[in-house]
Design a protein around this ligand. Structure first.
Ligand code: HEC
Ligand code: HEC
Ligand code: HEC
Length: 459
């Protein structure tokens, strides 16, 4: 009698255990979509990260630092594009817009980007963070510093008219200022994204060669073909200009004074590069040394634009001890140093403070503090201290803020991921435990049923 009751109990427990398996499995299935969603979220995060670099390298020159558009080039940060169907947006980027400056980007259409890269750019336009994208552009040294079009100097254009075949040169300069300057730079001297056209090695190329490049472009690069936008005569005029640029007065397509944007990271990088490469001649606070002039002087900083600083540092000062850093550093690194030096302007002394005087008289306070404590270039506290004034100071677009937000979002994503992983692990353990217990109980139940039947007295 008693034994029979135990059997019943065991069977009931077995059934309960089976129900437990079903429940655990159900829970797992419930968690699965969230887990999948999370995985997709991580893919999106990686895609957006790659897309920001793609945007910096390929699109910012025309569509702006933060996707805000430049001149006649439309913005990409607009809600109308973000909600456009995926396929439509994809097609615009892949095939370009015929008869406009918007080139085709897909490899199929002669562009440089793979289908996957174009998908990433679509994701950026649909759900990217444009502030963070702007920071990426700056950190890579690819911020568009020259407006999409420039205004040629009228007096110099007039002067060009008196050169042989001057009207052809005038036409070409007008086209250059409208179509080519954003990439090939003021006076054709080149930028971080496109080579100089006003250059001896380019002048040596044959007219045919230059004509072909301008007509058909250079596949797989930013250099699009211009046969849709320019007539054969106009292209021939461009070739003439490129071959005779040494006759054209400099300053005809002037460099505008656009401040180089900075981010917290670029300032920190600039500080590090400055102490490693420049401090030994110009002094740790730019106060100068017998071998090299002071950079931390009001008059010098107010009279020298970011562009001019970048040019001096890139090309050096021939015939002096000042080396050309363009051979050893990237444009991004040199721009980072310019951003760092520019921070001195606000507190720079009117008169140079040569090294040797007690520090604390010259240079910004955050540097003074750093110097009196350690003076180590990579010092964490120093970098943070230096980053702060940039966020309050003349950082355009509040770049620092965007960075902070981006990192914050990234961290949130991570902590969410680990909770979900933990839940996933627990659900699995629960299932395994439940299955083992259930199996054992069911086995026990059957065994006792069998023994109960065996023990029944024959009727
Ligand atoms: C040489 C300059 C240039 C470059 C580089 C460029 N674009 Fe464009 N883009 C344009 C112009 C000009 C238009 C407007 C075309 C028109 O009038 O329809 C445009 C239009 C667009 C549009 C449609 C916008 C709208 O409101 O209809 C998208 C999307 C776009 N570009 C994405 C990109 C992406 C992504 C990249 C980088 C891979 C890129 N563009 C690079 C010049 C450029
Ligand atoms: C969106 C940026 C961009 C624009 C706008 C642009 N170019 Fe270019 N161009 C480039 C790049 C990048 C290269 C280098 C291509 C390569 O590496 O083969 C180049 C190369 C060239 C070359 C070949 C130079 C050489 O060393 O052989 C010529 C010539 C040229 N461009 C002319 C023009 C003219 C003329 C215009 C205006 C009508 C123009 N480009 C507009 C980006 C641009
Ligand atoms: C070997 C010593 C030396 C090093 C290293 C050096 N410079 Fe110079 N720098 C000079 C000298 C000398 C001059 C003055 C050149 C002249 O006009 O005669 C100069 C001039 C300059 C000027 C122009 C100053 C003015 O008043 O016109 C700038 C800007 C500058 N340097 C920045 C830098 C930066 C940034 C670095 C580090 C990446 C650097 N220099 C590294 C020696 C050096």
């Amino acid at each position: 009698m008693n034994e029979n009751r135990t059997h019943t109990l065991e069977i009931v427990i077995g059934i309960l255990a089976t129900a437990l398996i079903a429940l655990a499995f159900g829970l797992y299935m419930l968690a699965e979509p969230t887990r999948l969603q999370q995985a997709q979220g991580e893919i999106l995060y990686v895609q957006l990260d790659e897309a920001m670099t793609l945007y910096a390298e390929n699109c910012s020159v025309c569509h702006g630092l933060n996707g805000e558009g430049i001149g006649a080039t439309p913005p990409l940060d607009n809600p109308g594009l973000a909600t456009m169907p995926f396929d439509d947006l994809y097609k615009i980027i892949a095939r370009g817009r015929f008869d406009t400056a918007m080139p085709a980007w897909s490899k199929e259409d002669g562009g440089p980007l793979s289908d996957y890269q174009i998908e990433e750019l679509v994701a950026l336009i649909q759900s990217g963070d444009w502030k963070e994208t702007g920071d990426r552009v700056v950190n890579l040294g690819l911020a568009p510093l020259i407006p999409f079009t420039a205004e040629p100097d009228p007096a110099l254009v007039e002067a060009v008219g008196s050169l042989p075949d001057g009207s052809t040169l005038q036409t070409a300069i007008g086209i250059y200022a409208a179509q080519c300057v954003a990439c090939h730079g003021a006076d054709g001297l080149g930028t971080g994204i496109a080579p100089a056209l006003n250059d001896a090695t380019v002048r040596e190329k044959t007219a045919d060669e230059l004509n072909r490049t301008i007509t058909y472009g250079s596949p797989g690069t930013l250099m699009a073909g211009w046969s849709n936008a320019l007539s054969p005569e106009e292209i021939a005029a461009m070739v003439t200009l490129i071959q005779r640029w040494d006759e054209v007065p400099s300053g005809i397509v002037p460099a505008p004074d656009v401040p180089i944007p900075t981010t917290e990271e670029s300032i920190a990088l600039g500080a590090e590069l400055y102490s490693a490469n420049c401090a030994r001649c110009h002094g740790p606070e730019g106060q100068g040394k017998p071998i090299a002039p002071s950079l931390n002087v009001k008059s010098f900083l107010t009279n020298t634009s970011d562009q001019a600083l970048q040019q001096i540092i890139t090309l050096g000062v021939p015939g002096s001890a000042m080396p050309a850093w363009g051979d050893r550093m990237t444009a991004a690194e040199i721009q980072a140093i310019v951003g760092f030096i520019r921070q001195w302007e606000e507190t720079a002394p009117e008169v140079a403070q040569p090294l040797g005087r007690p520090s604390g008289q010259g240079g910004p306070p955050w540097l003074r503090n750093q110097n009196s404590s350690t003076g180590t270039p990579g010092d964490k506290g120093g970098q943070q201290g230096m980053a702060t004034p940039s966020a309050q100071g003349n950082t355009p677009g509040g770049g620092g803020q965007g960075q902070g937000q981006g990192q914050h979002a990234g961290m949130q994503g991570q902590s969410q991921a680990s909770t979900l992983e933990a839940l996933d692990w627990r659900a699995l353990a629960l299932i395994i435990a439940a299955v083992v217990i259930a199996a054992a109980l069911i086995f026990l139940g059957f065994k006792s049923l069998k023994s109960a039947r065996d023990n029944l007295p024959p009727s």
